[in-house]
Design a protein around this ligand. Structure first.
Ligand SMILES: CC(C)(COP(=O)(O)OP(=O)(O)OC[C@H]1O[C@@H](n2cnc3c(N)ncnc32)[C@H](O)[C@@H]1OP(=O)(O)O)[C@@H](O)C(=O)NCCC(=O)NCCS
Length: 223
């Protein structure tokens, strides 16, 4: 196990998760952060670990001892690079209790308005995205590539706004929700319950019930 002390100017960071979103986060933020290791919840095959190992990162299986070893070396920051909202939220609770904190990762090529209110806990805003004037973003939320959160839109905690998804002005999206790739919430329309909006869907009316919604206009297909 390599828990060696950080020697670069970049602050040390643990990468939690070893799937697709972890690759994205590593690629996007490796110039700004000194990634120490990849932490997975299960042991992975050689094929699954090859990508990270090729970039000089060990893939380790999570355990209390492992986390304590990093904390003892003053590696106290972690990014939860897991696209699934429920899983990300659960990991966040466990790692917070263990003593980690979660810096925001905001790509320099994202355009975030000075009046946007961004939680200071574990927000990931990826390249090409836009968060507009007076919009707000909750903790542990991902705003993925080229997503747009327009002015006055409200995004809850542990939400995933997928690539190219759009919340138009004043729209809102409840905590735990997924706005799928290329999906849109029309202006001032509110998704008030934890919902998954399928890729390409258009939410035209307020949603009050949890479930999966697809199509144009988006209709509920699963509870
Ligand atoms: C809507 C969604 C959540 C449903 O997932 P699921 O419950 O696993 O559904 P399935 O893949 O089993 O598909 C069920 C049916 O819905 C259809 N369907 C799935 N997604 C759809 C979508 N976005 N729009 C229209 N129809 C869709 C499927 O074709 C299938 O139809 P069938 O029963 O006639 O064959 C998912 O398909 C989706 O769009 N997710 C967004 C993913 C995304 O953007 N992720 C970002 C990560 S970076």
């Amino acid at each position: 196990m390599n828990t060696s002390t950080n020697t670069s100017n970049r602050p040390p960071l643990l990468l939690i998760g070893a799937g697709g979103h972890a690759k994205v986060v590593l690629e996007e933020f490796k110039d700004a952060w000194d990634f120490q290791a990849v932490i997975s919840d299960t042991s992975l095959s050689e094929t699954q670990t090859a990508y990270f190992e090729a970039q000089g990162l060990e893939v380790l299986v999570e355990s209390e001892e492992l986390y304590n070893a990093f904390l003892a070396k003053n590696v106290t920051h972690a990014v939860i690079a897991v696209g699934d909202n429920e899983a990300r939220q659960k990991i966040a609770e466990a790692l917070l209790a263990a003593g980690f904190s979660f810096p925001n990762l905001i790509h320099p090529k994202a355009l975030v308005a000075s009046t946007a209110e961004i939680s200071s806990v574990g927000v990931q805003i990826l390249a090409g995205s836009h968060v507009g004037a007076s919009a707000s973003i909750g903790k542990h939320t991902i705003v993925n590539h080229h997503a747009i959160v327009e002015h006055d839109a409200v995004v809850g905690d542990a939400v995933h706004v997928a690539p190219h998804a759009v919340l138009l002005g004043g729209a809102s999206l409840a905590s735990g929700s997924l706005l799928g790739a290329n999906a849109t919430i029309l202006p001032n329309v509110a998704v008030r319950a934890n919902a998954s909006i399928g890729a390409g869907g258009v939410v035209t009316k307020d949603i009050h019930t949890s479930g999966v919604y697809i199509g144009i206009p988006a209709i509920q297909v699963q509870s």
